[in-house]
Design a binder for this molecule. Sequence first.
Ligand SMILES: [Zn+2]
Length: 123
Amino acid sequence: MLRYPPFKSCPCGSGRSFASCCGPRLDGTHPAETPEALMRSRYTAFVLKDAPYLLATWHPDTRPATLDLDGPRWLSLTVHRAAGDQVSFSARYQEDGQKQTLREDSRFVQLERRWLYLDGEHR
Ligand SMILES: [Zn+2]
């Protein structure tokens, strides 16, 4: 069981507290009800290096066997559009002293009434 530091506001940038945003998704008490909520919680999981949560919310068909989370330091998330099963977002990160932006259109599917990350296309 991972323990989380006490955030003032949720790392996903929603402006809400961690306890009323991604916290209950990551600890399993309140699974994400929409693709955007799941996407935000997965971003937060990347920030917190919560590999078990990321793997658990990945569709079995596309889920990697293992995850290496020792990569970039995630700085911020911007959700541009959420419609149907797709979410478009930008995530700022820092790697080797350089600030960069990842842009992705992610696809989600519902399996047994839970939203799962299927795949994404980088833009
Ligand atoms: Zn959040």
